[in-house]
Design a protein around this ligand. Structure first.
Ligand SMILES: [Zn+2]
Length: 337
């Protein structure tokens, strides 16, 4: 716990306090930049940056890290991955990432929605994400609304009945990550996803931390009742539009973490310790914009770990990546792991 006192992460540690699941602005001039300063090596891309931090967007990040003043615009489409902060082709980046995996013994994997989009589960914050296109839906998904409004709960149960998650199957990305266990390199798999596809792919449940919970279970908001989701969906199919807890008549909800709901302290503590202890942090399919869990990246970096980021689009922490691989997760992950 002593590392909690490190000045660079004292306000950003993996805590359940205050900013659970809140989106915060891109850390262009915040704590992450200071973490980089600690190591005394800013990426060339960052040094070239001329976009004022206050107006920088993800798109700006990409363009400023992309071609800059070098006149390399023609190469940009083929070379928007990064190795040690320099532009690299996809092939160069996957090779560099693969070498880091080979050289590592305690790998922490952090996965986000992007790894499940090839299983046809919509992501929320990507360019075509549910909440990107409809910010109102994000606001409605709060615990407060769910508890206060029976109509919100009825709608939620109807949506759960039709969720694409029940038919979804793990894809090559999920299966590839199980290889890290076979190679005895996986320290912990932290996922922001609630779809349970890592376990379905064969990942050891003891090595998976679902920081945002799981849709595959239902819990009571007033007691410890916890059952598989399908058991409650059967009741909904039989006509209960807002099923209540059979033990205490409390409100039932999927065992996911809603907006306004605290994360599980024990899960965050495990994630924090793992991020501090790993020798490689591999972030896959996350825009690294959801805190506090995104802080696993600067925490790992500040303790000397290598960082590899694999995502289809730029993330908010690309500047912390030793290697940033920008491509289809299902395609590139088998080349890396
Ligand atoms: Zn109950």
């Amino acid at each position: 716990m002593s590392s909690y006192g490190r000045p660079l992460i004292v306000n950003d540690r993996l805590t359940t306090r205050c900013f659970d699941l809140q989106r915060v602005p891109a850390p262009v001039s915040g704590s992450l930049a200071r973490v980089k300063d600690l190591h005394g090596r800013q990426s060339p891309a960052r040094q070239r940056r001329t976009v004022p931090a206050s107006v920088a967007t993800v798109t700006d990040e990409r363009s400023s890290a992309g071609v800059g003043a070098e006149g390399a615009a023609d190469d940009a489409a083929d070379a928007d991955s990064l190795v040690d902060g320099r532009l690299a082709t996809l092939g160069e980046a996957t090779q560099a990432a693969s070498e880091l995996v080979d050289a590592s013994e305690r790998i922490v994997v952090l996965t986000g929605a992007g790894i499940s989009t090839d299983s046809r589960i919509p992501d929320y914050r990507g360019p075509q994400g549910v909440w990107t296109r409809n910010p109102e839906a994000e606001k409605q998904a709060t615990l407060q609304n769910y508890l206060a409004d029976p109509e919100v709960r009825r709608r939620a149960w109807r949506n759960r009945l039709d969720s694409p998650i029940w038919a979804a199957e793990p894809n090559r990305g999920h299966f590839t990550l199980t290889q890290l266990e076979a190679r005895r390199k996986l320290h912990l798999l932290i996922t922001q996803n609630v779809d349970g596809l890592h376990q379905l792919a064969g990942s050891n449940p003891d090595k998976v931390v679902e920081v945002h919970g799981t849709v595959r279970e239902v819990g009571c908001m007033s007691c410890t009742y916890l059952v598989p989701m399908q058991k409650v969906l059967d009741r909904v199919r039989l006509g209960e539009d807002d099923p209540e807890c059979p033990d205490c008549s409390g409100i039932l909800k999927s065992a996911t973490i809603s907006f306004g709901q605290s994360l599980v302290a024990e899960d965050l503590h495990r994630a924090q310790l793992a991020a501090e202890a790993c020798d490689l942090l591999l972030a896959v399919g996350s825009t690294l914009a959801v805190y506090p869990i995104a802080n696993a990246v600067p925490i790992a970096k500040s303790t000397g770990s290598a960082v590899v980021i694999v995502n289809g689009s730029p993330t908010e922490m690309d500047e912390l990546g030793d290697v940033v691989v920008r491509g289809s997760i299902s395609d590139v992950l088998p080349l890396i792991v």
